[in-house]
Design a protein around this ligand. Structure first.
Ligand SMILES: [Zn+2]
Length: 423
């Protein structure tokens, strides 16, 4: 079986993440207040209005986090490690290398409020972190859908009058959040980067270089089907071995899936490949095309689309340039069509049974391929775009993109698909 896309609402309540983000955004309205203070007047004011210890600790921790963030984004590892306790340095070095390898482009931190009425010198606080990769810095006004873009680190700090040193930093501050652990939280990654793709793999286990050429070729194809601007900065492909497949992103996988695409937010997308089941040959390249197609066609603020179309267009991209007669799911589609006594419906439902799912992928592929061959590829993409980014159903999108009713489009495609099924 090929891969599939993980949809935002399958298991993940928005409300919790939205609440957390609101808190993050709330803090973002305040940055830089300390920079506007004249240091002398600040010092002069202190004896009259002494800052409570918690407020002092929070301010200095916040400043240190801001400096670390700037160092991380700027590629300054010495700056990143400057206020790290020596026993923690190896762990922070590992995290730095992982994040830099993924071309981190945003690391927006916000410590939760420290308990008032206490005094240090050791302070513990959960730090909320927004992460963005390979693209523009994290947009402040956009709501990530999943926790891969929004992490919480439990931290401890030794705070003195003029310095905060981090003594603990662990991504365990929000147990139970979905889509974790991310590949960069644990272990050490190794990378192979090309023009459009970064391939990452656990160091010492898998060789990302072995996948780079296939991934670059797949990206060139997927890029042609980009439907929203700005497009994804680079495709991030994580190669999973047996252990990683079972743990990364909470193992959002069916047993027969070879890979999946995860879109945690409007501005991020990850691909995970199960390297125990697929190699970087023709099959691997086809899986990569399929998963990259999910990111190319659904990047940006997108609306819900039926799986028949979401998977159908990913299969369409994976099989672009190849004849339908070679399509590897035709047999599964034929079996499903017989079981359903299919006549002409293109927007079929979906099956959560993996036994039937390959057939649904196949029928989705036939639908999108037929719409493309009948009305032209540009109109087929317009049709999908109206559903994926415009919130239209097939009936409305058909009228707008094809100029015919959905029933007419289905009637037109039925004989062609029946012929494909008979082969
Ligand atoms: Zn898919």
């Amino acid at each position: 079986m090929s891969g599939h896309e993980i949809h935002g609402r399958q298991r993940h309540p928005w409300s919790l993440l939205a609440l957390v983000l609101v808190l993050v955004c709330g803090s973002l309205a305040l940055p830089g207040a300390d920079h506007r203070l004249d240091p002398d007047s600040a010092r002069a004011a202190r004896p009259l209005d002494p800052a409570p210890p918690a407020a002092h600790a929070e301010e200095i921790i916040r400043r240190t986090l801001d400096r670390q963030s700037a160092a991380l984004i700027g590629g300054d590892e010495r700056g990143w490690l400057r206020d790290v306790d020596p026993p923690l340095a190896a762990e922070m070095h590992r995290l730095y290398r992982n994040l830099r390898g993924l071309r981190i482009s945003g690391w927006v931190t916000d410590p939760a409020g420290l308990p008032a009425g206490r005094d240090g010198p050791v302070w513990e606080t959960d730090v909320r972190i927004r992460v963005c990769f390979t693209g523009p810095a994290c947009a402040r006004d956009h709501v990530p859908r999943r926790s891969t873009d929004l992490l919480t680190a439990s931290t401890a700090w030794r705070v003195s009058a003029d310095r905060a040193v981090v003594t603990r930093f662990a991504f365990d501050g929000a147990r139970g959040l979905p889509s974790r652990p991310t590949p960069w939280e644990r272990g050490t990654l190794t990378f192979a980067a090309g023009r459009r793709v970064i391939v990452a793999a656990p160091r010492g286990v898998l060789r990302p270089e072995a996948w780079l050429a296939a991934a670059e070729r797949a990206a060139v194809v997927a890029d042609r089907f980009t439907l929203a601007e700005p497009r994804v900065g680079s495709y991030l492909v994580f190669l999973a071995g047996r252990t990683e497949w079972r743990t990364w992103f909470s193992a959002f996988t069916d047993r027969d899936v070879l890979g999946y695409a995860l879109r945690p937010s409007d501005t991020s997308g990850f691909i995970v490949i199960d390297t125990t089941k697929v190699r970087p040959g023709a099959k691997g390249e086809s899986v990569l095309r399929h998963e990259m197609a999910h990111i190319a066609t659904r990047y940006g603020p997108s609306t819900r689309v039926g799986e028949w179309a979401t998977e159908g267009i990913a299969e369409y991209v994976a099989w672009t340039g190849r004849p339908v007669s070679e399509y590897d799911r035709a047999g599964d589609a034929r079996a499903l069509a017989a079981k359903l006594r299919w006549t002409r419906q293109l927007d079929l439902g979906w099956s959560h049974s993996s036994a039937l799912r390959s057939g649904y992928y196949g029928m989705g592929f036939f639908a999108m391929r037929c719409l493309s061959e009948t009305f032209g590829e540009a109109r087929m993409l317009d049709f999908f775009d109206r559903m994926a980014h415009g919130g239209r159903g097939p009936a409305q999108a058909s009228g707008e993109a094809f100029g015919v009713s959905w029933a007419a489009a289905e009637r037109t495609c039925a004989p062609r698909i029946r012929a494909w099924l008979r082969r």
